[in-house]
Design a protein around this ligand. Structure first.
Ligand SMILES: Nc1ncnc2c1ncn2[C@@H]1O[C@H](COP(=O)(O)OP(=O)(O)OP(=O)(O)O)[C@@H](O)[C@H]1O
Ligand SMILES: [Mg+2]
Length: 360
């Protein structure tokens, strides 16, 4: 039985989904790869970046022209500015990806060789050069959570990729996709080894393009919800469909989380003979707000930024009606839906206060 996914990347066999490769311009992505480009994919948290990378890897490996490997660099974050340890961890992440997705055992031997050599700070570059040189097919490397790295380690990663770039595709990856929350242009790298702040653009001037993954459109939101109807026969009333869009503005995780609660957790919603109504969606929303689910906090995180707070705080405090258009300009993507829910949080808090006052 499939359901709405609220934990991590989607698995098409287990989860209702919009086919990830339809969420971006696949022709453009394939054309960039064809041209041996290095490029970026970025979007706010919980938008579907990892789901897209994994689907792209599967697509390329099925096609057979390239060997594609996904690796998550987040484990290297713990080493902060210790370049040797962070580069060894990044290398190991790729080795693990090669083993898991391609069944490639050769990568491990190459990594061991490289990590035993004295130039450990260049481990990633040396590993990629030697590994690719031994491969019969061009490698497409999909690196996730790149901007989890900081300071000297981020700088080192970008510079090692730039240094090996001219050797592609025979002795370096044919294509590298760097994926993160921020656009490379917005990377401001405070490295201990440098006197000045280095911008991402200057450290990685080989970047061909930055692709931004957006939220779901109203139509896509509806299509995802109707997967549940097709699979179980349980209908959403038109008002319920509309309400999911109104509350989430298509933020992918929020759409799934609201629908999951309404259809798989609330007792009435679990009865497939009953329609999912607007009231059920509202009930699911209230529960999420009261439980302050983690991602909701993350989505509302941007509210901490001074320029955003100046606009939003009076609205939340109820001291001003607020200029919603200006608020929307300050915020982007998922955060806008976070704002709507934050507004609802205020209503919920007021209601709770009123109930408390009533009891006294
Ligand atoms: N193609 C899709 N169809 C339906 N829902 C999706 C799809 N892609 C993502 N989602 C929703 O978004 C959530 C997060 O997906 P994913 O982990 O791929 O995003 P992410 O952008 O990599 O997140 P993070 O920034 O936290 O790493 C999923 O749990 C699911 O709720
Ligand atoms: Mg991810």
């Amino acid at each position: 039985m499939r359901s709405f996914n609220t934990e991590g990347p989607i698995r098409p066999d287990d989860h209702y989904n919009l086919p990830p490769l339809t969420r971006w311009d696949l022709d453009q992505v394939l054309s960039l790869i064809e041209q041996k480009k290095y490029f970026l994919l970025h979007a706010p948290r919980q938008t579907g970046k990892t789901s897209c990378l994994l689907a792209l890897m599967a697509h390329l490996n099925r096609d057979g022209r390239y060997r594609a490997v996904y690796a998550n660099l987040e484990p290297a974050q713990a080493y902060r500015e210790q370049v040797d340890a962070a580069m060894a961890t990044a290398t190991q992440a790729i080795v693990q990806g090669a083993r898991c997705w391609l069944g490639d055992e050769q990568a491990e031997a190459v990594a061991t060789e490289v990590l035993e050599s004295p130039a450990r700070h260049l481990a990633l570059q040396n590993f990629l050069a030697r590994w690719c040189a031994r491969s019969t097919q061009p490698l497409v490397l999909l690196l996730d959570e790149v901007d989890a790295l900081v300071g000297d380690t981020l700088l080192s990663l970008l510079r090692q990729l730039r240094a090996g770039y001219p050797q592609r595709p025979t002795a370096f990856p044919h294509t590298v996709v760097l994926c993160g929350v921020r656009n490379l242009r917005d990377y401001r790298i405070h490295a201990r080894s440098e006197r000045e702040v280095i911008t991402g653009g200057s450290a990685f001037n080989i970047k061909a393009k930055s692709l931004r993954l957006g939220d779901f459109s109203a139509e896509e939101t509806r299509t995802l919800l109707l997967e549940h109807t097709q699979e179980t026969g349980q209908v959403f009333t038109p008002e319920a469909l509309e309400q999911v869009w109104t509350l989430t503005q298509g933020q992918p995780w929020l759409v799934n989380a609201l629908a999951y609660r309404a259809c798989f957790e609330l007792p009435v919603g679990r009865d497939r003979t009953q329609p999912i109504t607007q009231a059920l969606i509202d009930q699911a929303k209230e529960q999420m707000i009261l439980e302050r689910v983690t991602h909701l906090d993350q989505l509302a995180h941007k509210l901490q930024e001074p320029r955003v707070r100046r606009v939003i705080e009076p609205m939340l405090a109820g001291t001003a009606l607020g200029d919603v258009a200006e608020a929307a300009r300050c915020l982007s993507g998922g955060t806008r839906s976070g704002l709507r829910l934050a507004g609802d949080l205020r209503s919920a808090q007021r209601a709770a206060t009123d109930r408390g006052a009533h009891r006294q």
